[in-house]
Design a binder for this molecule. Structure first.
Ligand code: MG
Length: 157
């Protein structure tokens, strides 16, 4: 059994779609990034890579590589899953928190969990996604960006 942690932040700007956990969320702003900037999936990928001793997302998917421009982060998560699978690991469990003042994310959490379970070939009850505000404090509270944390346990098959 091995543990990993992931953390990511992306900036909120106008004129971008807001994609979190592979779900397109109706909102006037979206996250800026080279890929679809899915901050939740990036934190999850980093946690999984960390648990497997495989560095981080930037090492595997450089953000200056045109191949990854605008890419769905679900694809990145699937590639991370394949890497772990090739090393004989599968998901024990995953717990993530999204730090977001607006919009309200609770109506979308179930679909995020389903998307993550599908990408990881895992069961939804191994995956927990939460969302919290910061009581309007800091960059997340001012709506300048969204952050995500993730902790995972992986198990050798
Ligand atoms: Mg990122």
């Amino acid at each position: 059994m091995r543990a990993g942690i992931g953390y990511d932040v992306h900036k909120l700007i106008e004129g971008r779609d807001l994609i979190l956990g592979g779900v397109k969320i109706p909102f006037k702003m979206g996250l800026l990034g080279h890929s679809d900037a899915d901050v939740l999936l990036h934190a999850i990928c980093d946690a999984l890579l960390g648990a497997a001793g495989e560095g981080d997302l930037g090492r595997h998917f450089p953000d200056n590589d045109p191949k990854y421009k605008g890419i769905s982060s679900i694809k990145l998560l699937e590639e991370v899953k394949m890497l772990l699978k090739s090393k004989g690991y599968s998901l024990g469990n995953l717990d993530a928190s999204i730090i977001c003042q607006k919009p309200k994310l609770s109506p979308h959490i179930r679909r995020m969990v389903e998307n993550i379970a599908l990408a990881l070939e895992s069961e939804p009850d191994r995956i927990n996604v939460k969302a919290t505000t910061t009581e309007e404090l800091g960059f997340a509270g001012r709506g300048e960006g969204i952050a995500a944390y993730c902790v995972v346990i992986i198990e050798k098959n």
